[in-house]
Write a protein that binds this ligand. Structure first.
Ligand code: HSE
Length: 415
């Protein structure tokens, strides 16, 4: 029976689930493939802390160097949630001839090109399935199939924390802060939850997807982002009356501007009766649109220790069965993104006025109104697609004031 020696750096929520998963899955690995994963060394901050996962004391160390230097470790799992230190450990693991598996999207979003090249040039595996969409094998499906079909769009929910929060704020009217602390308690949020709330976490994931599936040489800084902090409970409710739900969207879409892409993370309304509109809580969901083979939809649990550890375990199995460097990929030219004024979406606004009069006025200005709802002196409405400049000034002119609230609308919208 062959053994795969596993070393971990970090044993928090994800690392502990990986240890547990290795113990649970080893029998199946052994029976099916004749290989068993064995945890050889685990670096943690505090070796005296009581842990739920069972590990012999001799395996624990306070020094990541011990994992990197252990000759019985074939693959290093990096699960610390740190950035520059984690990058350094991964580089040193590769230099020491060890395969690497990571769950750190923040590192990948910033340094993916260098890390993959380092692994490739050494013929070592570099697994990062756990960096995007937790338990959904999205990156594998993209890499091993869909990339060849001419992807024109990858759009969906990549952050479980904000999806969980918006769901509970809409359905149970929880205040923002309560919804956030519950997401933290459930183990979905980042150590610094402002990364979830601001869209930074989803921007990192979208950068990883864009590099891997679209060959765009981007980092998280190239992704336009808006957080969910300004989404008002009233608009969550009004959206439902219009047949929509507000979701934390991440979108990479081929732009109308030749050769460019829209890369963006922001809250947006999606139709309730759509695959994304039907998802709730921490679920993730991603629609992939291709030129030659139609559309694909993936959904599943996107945040939390167990789904993320599942992705790490799938990468470990890959290392055990098919070790080897990632392929060289020809990247697109730089400067591949358009600015937010050029994004083409539907628009949700809340304005002063009378719904029937506004609808007529907007249609005379060639703005399609998909749905409108009157509540007191205000109208909430959804328009057809256009750039902000092609829709918002007409809305302001029709209602006599700038929209009080404005959100983008995604998905298939038609009157
Ligand atoms: N904080 C992340 C989320 C964890 O909520 O999606 C999974 O990457």
């Amino acid at each position: 029976m062959r053994e795969l020696g596993v070393g971990l750096i970090g044993c928090g929520v994800v690392g502990a689930e990986v240890v547990r998963g290795i113990a649970e899955d080893r029998e199946v690995w052994a029976r099916r493939y004749g290989v068993v994963p064995v945890v050889r060394r685990v670096a943690v901050r505090d070796t005296s802390k009581r842990r739920e996962c069972k590990l012999p004391l001799s395996v624990l160390t306070a020094h990541p160097e011990d994992v990197l230097a252990d000759p019985s470790v074939d693959v290093v799992v990096e699960a610390t949630g740190r950035v520059e230190e984690a990058r350094n450990w991964m580089e040193r693991a590769l230099d020491a001839g060890k395969h690497v598996v990571t769950a750190s999207k923040a590192v990948l979003a910033r340094h993916m090109g260098e890390l993959l090249e380092r692994a490739r040039s050494r013929g070592l595996s570099f697994g990062y399935e756990a960096t995007v969409a937790g338990g959904i094998p999205l990156l594998r499906a993209l890499r091993e199939g869909l990339v060849a079909y001419g992807i024109t769009e990858v759009a969906g929910i990549l952050n479980g924390t904000t999806h969980y929060m918006l769901t509970r704020m809409e359905q149970e009217r929880l205040p923002f802060e309560t919804a956030l602390s519950e997401a933290q308690r459930a183990g979905f949020a980042e150590p610094d939850p402002s990364e979830d709330v601001s869209g930074e976490d989803a921007a990192c994931k979208l950068a990883v997807v864009s590099r891997m599936a679209l060959a765009l040489p981007v980092t998280q800084r190239d992704v336009y982002k808006e957080g969910i902090r300004d989404v008002k409970p009233r608009d969550l409710r009004l959206a439902v009356k219009l047949g929509f739900r507000v979701k934390p969207m991440a979108v990479a879409r081929r732009s109308a501007v030749e050769g460019k892409w829209e890369l963006r993370v922001h809250p947006a309304l999606v139709p309730i009766e759509s695959p994304l509109g039907r998802l709730a809580l921490e679920e993730n969901g991603i629609r992939v649109t291709t030129e030659r083979r139609g559309d694909y939809f993936f959904s599943g649990r996107g945040a939390g220790g167990a789904p993320t550890a599942g992705a790490v375990l799938s990468d470990l199995l890959e290392v055990a069965l098919r070790p080897g460097g990632p392929p060289a990929v020809e990247m697109a030219d730089s400067a591949s993104t358009v600015s937010s004024e050029q994004f083409v979406t539907g628009h949700y606004v809340r304005v002063a006025g009378d719904a029937a009069r506004l609808r007529k006025d907007l249609e005379e200005r060639d703005i399609q109104v998909i749905a409108a709802h009157q509540e007191g002196q205000e109208v909430a409405l959804v328009t057809g697609r256009g750039t902000p400049a092609s829709v918002l000034p007409a809305l302001a002119a029709a209602s006599g004031e700038a929209p009080r609230v404005w959100l983008r609308v995604e998905g298939d919208i038609s009157a």
